[in-house]
Design a protein. Structure first.
Ligand code: PNS
Length: 360
């Protein structure tokens, strides 16, 4: 068992021996922290049923301010302390050896508040999960405003639903395990339709990658529709594409910034390297792509599947192009502009002006 990310990345952790522990698998832990990425730095993190402490110590490695780890076994608690000391984090890790629900009650009485709570009780005893979750979800309990609670549980049993101040946001399955994410904020801010705000616009951050050489009306249509659906859209110019671009990455990002200025939840940037790594760094769980004709499909399917193999937990979502843009592509726009044709119908005015400048 090793720390997967952050300053202690790659460091090995001791695990309790001779005890039937079921540590959160590396794959699940990686996906958990990819999803939690924006919430970890500076957070107060509570790791219930901590085992050898892999989840809580991972949070410290990734910048959590303080972690409380709760474990009933004396032997496991001793190992957590040793692991924390070996990573140089003993000062930011508090290990409590007692039953989770009782500790939560005690922490609530002391006024302690947490930004992130993780609980993975033994799968066989569903009642423990429900009891502990109910304790965590009490109003005026241990949850800071906007807290996130994540429960790991058996995939064969249904996901727990809304409880106390918590409402379920999403579940993600990893073979036998399911991670269910709850938000405290959503439960206290119902919309007029009764659904939590963040469920109306998917809580996800989406990355829309491409060459955007240059951005066309077809791209803009996808960006605008994605901005309606997702909390935030990061339009990402790939700088290591094998194509020789007409515009530099900076020019492409600038153009995107200009044409998306009216969208408050969209920002443009560039990236190099693997798309899925970039998406994870952004805290994104969705990759957005546009699909025009059937001819796009095979290539896009291949990329989406490959991306999923490289990194689980990132979903590709396709937007079908609007009929007006069915045959529109950046290459065709460039060709028309190069040969002196008018591209007014195909690109935003700012891009048309830039093309005219390039081919003057
Ligand atoms: O607009 P494009 O040129 O068709 O965009 C292609 C892009 C940039 C989305 C794709 O090439 C990409 O994702 N590049 C990043 C490198 C990467 O992650 N490659 C593995 C994909 S399976």
């Amino acid at each position: 068992m090793r720390i997967i990310g952050g300053e202690a990345r790659g460091r090995r952790l001791k695990a309790p021996r001779g005890r039937a522990v079921r540590p959160t698998s590396d794959r699940t832990r990686e996906a958990l922290f990819d999803i939690l990425a924006p919430h970890i730095p500076g957070s107060r993190f509570l790791d219930l049923f901590a085992g050898a402490g892999a989840v809580g110590l991972e949070a410290l490695s990734r910048g959590a301010r303080e972690v409380v780890l709760v474990e009933t076994s004396e032997r496991a608690a001793k190992i957590i302390r040793e692991n924390a000391a070996a990573l140089g984090h003993a000062d930011r890790a508090t290990v409590l050896c007692a039953k989770a629900a009782a500790v939560v009650r005690g922490l609530a009485a002391s006024g302690a508040k947490f930004d992130v709570v993780f609980l993975d009780p033994p799968y066989r005893d569903r009642a423990v999960l429900e009891r502990t979750l109910a304790e965590v979800a009490r109003p005026d309990g241990i949850l800071a405003p906007d807290a996130i609670v994540v429960a790991e549980h058996d995939a064969r049993a249904p996901s727990p639903q809304a409880v106390g101040v918590l409402s379920k946001q999403r579940s993600r399955r990893f073979s036998e395990a399911v991670l269910t994410f709850f938000s405290a904020a959503a439960a206290t801010q119902p919309t007029s339709k009764g659904a939590p705000m963040s469920e109306k616009r998917a809580v996800a951050i989406a990355v829309y990658p491409g060459s955007f050489d240059p951005v066309t009306n077809g791209h803009l249509d996808v960006i605008e529709r994605a901005a309606e659906l997702f909390q935030e859209v990061v339009v990402a110019v790939a700088v290591n594409s094998s194509k020789a671009p007409l515009f530099t990455a900076e020019e492409r990002v600038e153009m995107l910034g200009e044409v998306c200025a009216h969208l408050d939840n969209v920002r443009a940037t560039s990236f190099s390297g693997l798309l899925v790594e970039f998406a994870a760094q952004q805290g994104a769980s969705v990759v957005v792509k546009g699909l025009r004709a059937v001819s796009d499909f095979e290539y896009e399917l291949q990329q989406a599947l490959m991306n999923r193999i490289i990194k689980d937990g990132i979903e590709t979502v396709f937007f079908m192009t609007s009929p007006d843009n069915l045959f529109l592509s950046s290459s065709m726009v460039k060709e028309i502009a190069r040969l002196g044709g008018d591209v007014e119908r195909f690109v935003p005015p700012q891009v048309r002006a830039r093309l005219a400048e390039k081919f003057r």
